[in-house]
Design a protein around this ligand. Structure first.
Ligand SMILES: [Zn+2]
Length: 343
């Protein structure tokens, strides 16, 4: 069936907001047919996911609206009248992601690459933070917390936050809802027992979230998530076409993630970016966040940044932020609470 009413609606939308491929000038040529869907779709969406061009407006809106960024939360000032916020985080994965990678990943040499994260990376990272007296957030898979109980206690003892990072660093979008829920609940239980603190924040392993992750984060009563990148400022999370969750997003970005530039993968591209170049990217992100009076969120991994040739990046970024004047260093939980109550 030809969908003439639909085409008319598409024409109107294109003129108002712009459909991909339709320029302002092209809007004047509205009577010219353009690519859209012309036939009634045949069967449920699940059966034609390999034919995305058959997706209806209701269907794409439902997918886009499953989890969406709501109100931007950018306060006019930060605790103590500070001008901008610095939120440092460390995904303490070590060899746990490798452990979850199947039998081929269990070769001792591969596991040792992650093991250096706990032996060398964590002590170096904690020393830098202690020297500058700044707090950070450590996201730890539950299995990792069970392997490294003493490290978790040291982090808490030195004023850092412990946050959820899955059960065994396995992508949430490969679990069914019931399994994902059960693993999240068990992971929180383990982290709270080992750390002796209340866990209020969540970061999805590899940022791979299922359609249910945020709904589960809300159901668990967590205060914030830090796995998404729809904005540079914190924001509210909406689900199911605009329903408020009360969960704050403290956004991450691949561009502010050390692993993107510095991880070694013998199957993938190498050489990686030089530490100086990584520092320059982080520094520019910091400068602009400070100029905007916003939050500078940075994500690192002890097994990636904790090298003799790299750990200086954390030290220098902290020095830079302090030298700019008006920096407030907070954990992600503190940032989430501040923007929730003051933005
Ligand atoms: Zn991770």
């Amino acid at each position: 069936m030809i969908r003439r009413s639909f085409l008319r609606a598409m024409g109107a939308t294109a003129a108002a907001g712009g459909i991909a491929g339709m320029s302002q000038a092209a809007a004047g040529e509205r009577d010219r047919p353009f690519v859209g869907y012309f036939e009634e779709p045949d069967g449920p969406l699940e059966d034609r996911l390999d034919r995305p061009w058959e997706m209806t407006e209701d269907e794409w809106n439902s997918i886009l609206g499953r989890v969406r960024a709501g109100r931007r939360l950018k306060p006019s000032s930060w605790p103590g009248g500070a001008r901008f916020a610095v939120a440092l985080s460390f995904d303490t994965d070590h060899d746990i992601a490798t452990l979850a990678g199947g039998a081929a990943s269990h070769a001792p040499g591969r596991l040792a690459m992650g093991d250096r994260g706990r032996r060398v990376g964590v002590p170096r990272v904690l020393d830098v933070l202690a020297r500058h007296d700044v707090p950070a957030s450590f996201y730890i898979p539950a299995v990792g917390a069970l392997v490294d109980r003493e490290d978790v206690r040291r982090m808490v003892g030195e004023g850092h936050e412990i946050g959820l990072h899955g059960w065994i660093h396995y992508p949430n979008n490969r679990l069914d809802r019931a399994t994902e829920r059960e693993k999240l609940l068990r992971a929180r239980e383990v982290l709270e027992k080992v750390s002796g603190t209340e866990v209020v924040g969540h970061r999805s392993a590899n940022f791979d979230m299922s359609p249910y992750t945020i709904e589960l984060v809300m159901e668990m009563g967590l205060e914030y998530d830090s796995s998404m990148m729809a904005d540079d400022s914190c924001y509210e999370l909406l689900i199911d076409g605009g329903k408020e969750t009360g969960v704050i997003e403290v956004p991450v970005e691949w561009v502010r993630d050390d692993a993107v530039y510095l991880s070694f993968n013998r199957a993938g591209a190498r050489p990686y970016t030089s530490p100086e170049d990584v520092y320059n990217i982080f520094r520019r992100e910091l400068e602009e966040a400070a100029a905007e009076g916003d939050v500078f969120e940075l994500l690192m991994h002890p097994h990636v940044i904790g090298y003799r040739s790299r750990v200086w990046i954390i030290d220098q970024i902290i020095r830079d932020a302090k030298a700019m004047g008006g920096a407030w260093f907070g954990t992600h939980a503190q940032v989430a609470r501040w923007v929730r109550d003051n933005a």
